[in-house]
Design a protein. Structure first.
Length: 283
């Protein structure tokens, strides 16, 4: 299994490969090799900044001699006209790293901005905002980092760091108890100690989970607000609770006020708008 840093390096290398190919002929044809310059990251929209750490990695991986001066850090609120960083180096390097850096920072900042709005909506409830696995292929680590920068909480990273028995797992396994019993036996056999969450669709399935007792968290999938309130009362703090399924920024506070521990929101990563910014030459 790759480390986070190794995954980021592979993403950067792949991104440069698909963008530059056998050469940035536009830049190579008109910019002398030794020409030096500066570019600034100009913010053009209000939001939460995210991606500075990976931006530095992008620059330094492409050209270790590039100098990056950061004025605004990840997690800060930014507004149009703010200059977040200044990068000095070969003009060719500035031009060839511009698009990848912007693609990553715009998306991460968009996710952080969206997450911060959801977190603010839940202020005072004690309920935390969770992300999902509905991420851009190859960018999961960065998108989940952006969720944390925006004040949210990462659910599992992938299929390896937590067990989540969803409806299909339950149905294929032959029911709630079968799925949980097999899960316990598997973890014992493999020497694992992963947290176990199970998705339920009705009150009977909640009862079965509670009788079995081998889960840590119950996911209330597509429950109405009224049914969520009843479910939380029924579970009575014996398991962590998570509301999931079609929850929007307009409805999430109602779910939180039912007393659930978490609300998971796929929209944090699967359909977010990038934060507008540009990388402009300093004359």
């Amino acid at each position: 299994m790759y480390t986070v840093d190794e995954l980021n390096d592979r993403l950067i290398d792949l991104s440069f490969s698909e963008d530059i190919g056998d050469g940035d002929h536009t830049t190579l044809c008109c910019i002398p090799e030794e020409a030096m310059g500066q570019s600034k990251l100009l913010i053009k929209e209000t939001g939460i900044l995210a991606g500075m750490r990976i931006a530095k990695e992008i620059f330094h991986r492409f050209d270790p001699e590039m100098k990056v001066e950061i004025f605004i850090n990840d997690g800060a609120e930014v507004k149009p006209g703010d200059v977040a960083m200044l990068v000095t180096g070969k003009v060719r390097s500035l031009l060839q790293t511009e698009r990848l850096m912007l693609n990553v920072m715009q998306r991460m900042s968009g996710i952080a901005t969206m997450t911060a709005k959801y977190v603010k909506r839940l202020e005072g409830t004690g309920t935390r905002v969770l992300d999902t696995r509905k991420t851009t292929p190859g960018m999961r680590m960065l998108e989940k980092e952006a969720v944390k920068i925006g004040g949210g909480v990462n659910h599992r990273i992938g299929l390896f760091d937590m067990i989540l028995l969803k409806d299909n797992h339950v149905d294929f396994a032959g029911g709630i108890s079968n799925a949980l019993d097999r899960c316990e036996a598997y973890q014992r056999e493999k020497g694992l100690n992963l947290k176990v969450e199970i998705e339920v669709r009705n009150f009977d399935e909640i009862r079965q989970v509670m009788e079995n007792g081998k889960a840590d968290r119950i996911m209330l999938d597509n429950f109405s607000v009224e049914d969520t309130r009843k479910a939380v009362k029924m579970i009575d703090g014996k398991f962590e609770t998570e509301s999931s399924g079609g929850i929007t920024i307009d409805t999430m506070r109602e779910y939180a006020e039912c007393g659930v521990d978490y609300v998971s929101v796929g929209a944090l990563t699967h359909s977010v708008k990038g934060l507008d910014m540009s990388f402009k030459a300093v004359h």
